[in-house]
Design a protein. Structure first.
Length: 338
């Protein structure tokens, strides 16, 4: 059954030619840094790596199945009704009125940690939906795919937000102006912007992190945050790196969520001491992100943070990346032969 939250009226006139459907496609979708420190639930950007990969094959029997999942340590369900990738693919096929005519099997290869604050579920969902859309000949635009991606987030963490799926799908930096209806704006990515992401291997579930957030905030803090968000958006358009540094500060969410991340303020001190424009939490954490305008500085900061964590008996992964303006990409495809 299709999710009740999806309004699919805009798909009623879509015509799908199944005779030209691909037999197989392999798609990569990127990890993302949601919030961009000061923009809780409304800003995010895609990175070049890591990301998730989906291999999708057409089958002779209608329906959506999951053949294999790797890289998840057995944590993700193989039940196609419970896995966000397969469930959202099924929603799309139902919305197009072709679920009784099309069968696909899915392989999901996780190349990033689950629960890392890097949009793991978003990358998987985006890869799956981009794959099925590609197999069908791209009948949907990215704007039309986005509500299905958001539904995947609702299945994964209970909240249908777009700050991970929008940049994963569109690429680059995105602003979520509104959710009902979805209103997403792509923002220019300054050429020199580089992110160093470090994932300390500690467990901070997204739902737990969200429950810590206060329902009410002081007006003076809200005004400060609004100024930072507006300043950051202006800085991105102007490529003003000094303004980026002044604006990427979080007075609302970071003070609470930082409690869940060991050595957070020590890592922040290292980053700012060695040339970072800004430092903060990626998504709900525990990953942290350092924003710089130089790749060597980003690599040096990531190394220093990881060394510090190791000295405190915390293992970690590190990634250095410019903003990924492409989003998902096709790695391989094969045409169906009758």
């Amino acid at each position: 059954m299709m999710a009740n939250n999806l309004n699919v009226e805009y798909l009623k006139d879509k015509i799908i030619n199944l005779d030209s459907m691909l037999s197989e496609v392999r798609v990569f979708a990127p990890a993302t840094v949601a919030n961009m420190i000061c923009g809780f639930d409304i800003l995010g950007f895609a990175v070049e790596a890591p990301g998730d990969e989906v291999v999708m094959r057409r089958t002779t029997q209608p329906g959506v199945t999951i053949r294999k999942i790797t890289g998840d340590d057995g944590r993700l369900p193989l039940d196609p009704g419970k896995n966000t990738v397969s469930a959202c693919v099924q929603y799309l096929l139902q919305a197009l009125n072709i679920s009784s005519k099309v069968g696909v099997e899915i392989e999901l290869h996780k190349h990033m940690p689950i629960g890392s604050g890097l949009g793991s579920s978003a990358a998987s969902t985006v890869a799956g939906l981009f794959a099925i859309n590609t197999m069908l000949g791209n009948p949907l635009t990215k704007e039309e795919l986005l509500p299905f991606c958001v539904e995947g987030e609702r299945l994964a963490c209970g909240t249908g937000h777009a700050d991970n799926v929008a940049p994963a799908l569109y690429g680059g930096i995105t602003l979520i102006r509104g959710n009902e209806p979805l209103d997403v704006i792509s923002i220019p990515s300054p050429k020199e912007l580089v992110a160093a992401v470090v994932f300390p291997q500690v467990d901070v579930p997204t739902r737990d992190a969200r429950q810590l957030i206060k329902d009410k905030v002081l007006l003076k803090d809200a005004v400060t945050q609004w100024g930072n968000i507006a300043g950051l958006v202006a800085a991105l358009f102007k490529e003003d790196y000094d303004l980026i540094a002044r604006s990427m500060k979080d007075v609302l969410i970071e003070p609470t969520r930082a409690i869940l991340i060991p050595q957070f303020y020590e890592m922040k001190e290292i980053a700012l001491k060695h040339g970072a424009l800004s430092f903060g939490i990626s998504g709900s954490g525990p990953s942290v992100v350092t924003i710089t305008r130089d790749e060597k500085i980003a690599e040096d900061i990531a190394d220093k943070i990881q060394t510090h964590l190791k000295e405190n008996e915390i293992d970690s992964f590190g990634y250095v990346s410019r903003v990924n303006v492409e989003g998902p990409r096709i790695l391989d495809q094969k045409f169906f032969k009758a």
